[in-house]
Design a protein around this ligand. Sequence first.
Ligand SMILES: NC(=O)c1ccc[n+]([C@@H]2O[C@H](COP(=O)([O-])OP(=O)(O)OC[C@H]3O[C@@H](n4cnc5c(N)ncnc54)[C@H](O)[C@@H]3O)[C@@H](O)[C@H]2O)c1
Length: 345
Amino acid sequence: MAKLLVTGGAGFIGSHTCLALLEAGFSLVVIDDFSNSSPEALKRVSTLARLQLPERLQIIEGDIRNSEDLDKAFLLNNELVEAVIHFAGLKAVEESIRNPLSYWDVNVNGTCCLLEAMRRNRCRTIVFSSSATLYGNSERVPIPETSLIEPLNPYANTKAAVETLLADVSASETGWRIASLRYFNPVGAHPSGLIGEAPNGIPNNLFPYLTQVAIGRRKDMEVFGGDWPTIDGSNIRDYIHVMDLAEGHCAALKVLRDEEPQLLTVNLGSGRGYSVLEVLRTFEKESGIKVPFKIGKRRAGDIPSSIADPNLAMERLSWKTKRTLSEMCRDAWAWQQANPYGYSN
Ligand SMILES: NC(=O)c1ccc[n+]([C@@H]2O[C@H](COP(=O)([O-])OP(=O)(O)OC[C@H]3O[C@@H](n4cnc5c(N)ncnc54)[C@H](O)[C@@H]3O)[C@@H](O)[C@H]2O)c1
């Protein structure tokens, strides 16, 4: 049973991916400082996987910028870590504009520390959470991986910088197996309603905001701009169910383990875009709840449309999305209803 280190494994995408990896038979060590998550998420992951903590899921509360914390995770039980799945990082675009130093420190310096720890501990396989935001306002939609990298904010700059760092590391010595997965818009939750997205404070993303309005925690939805050059004037995004995304990580890991050392960069998206108003209508249909909304101003730095070209993911990972927008809405709503205040119920 191969052992993996998952950084940021208690977070939204990390927790769902931990479940998929446990179900695929891996043994996991999670390192997380819980700055944006709760240990409760991992308890529930273990329940869903029919395990009892710490069976196959060990948890270290620690910071990826701290070499002692990292070595503790790598050396746990004296078993070699075969690969790292690296989610830990800061992810709010607006916060990154106000506080770029934290973003460069956690996202870029944190990854440097992690890569150094990997070398010290003879591990050379890593799957990295990159983001479609590094394409900026791409002229080509659907966006292939060969599109220009034109980040428009500090958060996206850090993702582009880490991809460059990984390319340099991969070129520096043989043996590195690296996958950068460029996520489009991860949403939804595990269909059990036991784990899901639990943002601190006011949500930055559409889905958690929408479900918090529907449950009555917030008054109404603001749609950012009604005059974009799209079918109905609202933004279009490529939403991807978080369980599809979790399975995408398993597929990428399999390719890295089975094939020769390589640097792989792949979009994870569906190839289908939906406007904010389409999402609202689908959510209302699935939940049976009318969601009050108003059309507000465009947000600075926003782009009209972002849709993945998913062909390379199919070709290289034999992976594509399976779940529909209705399932994304249904599962996000089931999670929100069962956990109105996230893990702090
Ligand atoms: N959610 C999205 O829309 C999206 C889109 C593209 C890429 N990503 C990337 O995917 C990754 C996971 O995103 P998420 O939505 O699950 O975010 P999240 O905030 O839910 O998860 C990140 C986890 O990392 C932990 N963490 C943060 N700083 C840490 C540190 N210094 N040391 C240890 N742990 C630390 C947090 O406590 C949290 O559990 C991030 O790197 C993010 O940039 C997310």
